[in-house]
Design a protein around this ligand. Structure first.
Ligand code: ZN
Length: 229
């Protein structure tokens, strides 16, 4: 079993190195899987996302996915695999659907927390901005299409900005589905399960999505994902 990632690591490594370090650790851990610490305090995203929402979303929902997964993989061939491999090896197998759902949701939520920052929003810069302009026709066009994907996902799911074969794409996935089973590299995600926004926005998913895009999207993290893909 590996050591849990700690805030002390952040202080030692610096913020940028810590993100890289965290991503490696997140993809290298085997069962029992740990609930990774949030990259900011629970109240850091307020008022866009309240501390109460984060407390339930992280402390109850995300924790439950991790705990359920640990129970489900104990003593199976999945116990010695990193989380990403568990997701990739159970996708599309009806007899493994419970493992897939909990593993994918554990992975997706950890990625979602990294996709948000109290200093987020605005636009990326440099090569990522250039690629967005090239692939979507401009940042505003990207923004509109990303919001549309998130708002338009019927029922529970996720909206993603991904890199695939050198191009950027926007995807919406239902339930626990995730681009890491599709050979695509996620750069950012927005959780559109009702548990992500209902306490703060009730049924107004569009208000939540627009506020997250404008105020919280972590373009620094996206740039790191883009550069390493
Ligand atoms: Zn969620």
């Amino acid at each position: 079993m590996s050591e849990p990632w700690s805030r002390r690591s952040v202080l030692k490594l610096g913020a940028a190195a810590a993100v890289t370090f965290w991503v490696r650790r997140a993809s290298g851990e085997t069962a029992p899987f740990a609930l990774p610490p949030l990259p900011w305090e629970e109240n850091a995203l307020a008022p866009t996302i309240s501390a109460q929402t984060i407390s339930f979303h992280y402390g109850k929902h995300h924790r439950a996915y991790v705990e359920n997964l640990n129970k489900l993989v104990a003593g199976t061939e999945f116990a010695d695999l990193p989380l990403e491999r568990v997701v990739q090896q159970t996708v599309g197998k009806p007899e493994k659907v419970a493992i897939f759902n909990n593993a994918a949701q554990a992975w997706n939520h950890t990625f979602y927390w990294r996709s948000l920052s109290p200093k987020g929003g605005g636009k990326p810069t440099g090569k990522l901005l250039e690629q967005i302009e090239q692939d979507f026709g401009g940042f505003d066009q990207f923004r509109a299409k990303f919001a549309q994907a998130a708002v338009g996902q019927f029922g529970s799911g996720w909206a993603w900005l991904v890199k695939s074969s050198g191009r950027l794409e926007i995807l919406a996935t239902p339930n626990a589905d995730t681009p890491i089973t599709m050979g695509k590299t996620p750069l950012l995600t927005i959780d559109v399960w009702e548990h992500a926004y209902y306490l703060d926005y009730q049924n107004r998913r569009g208000d939540y999505v627009n506020a997250v895009i404008d105020k919280l999207l972590n373009w620094e993290f996206a740039t790191q994902q883009f550069t390493s893909a």
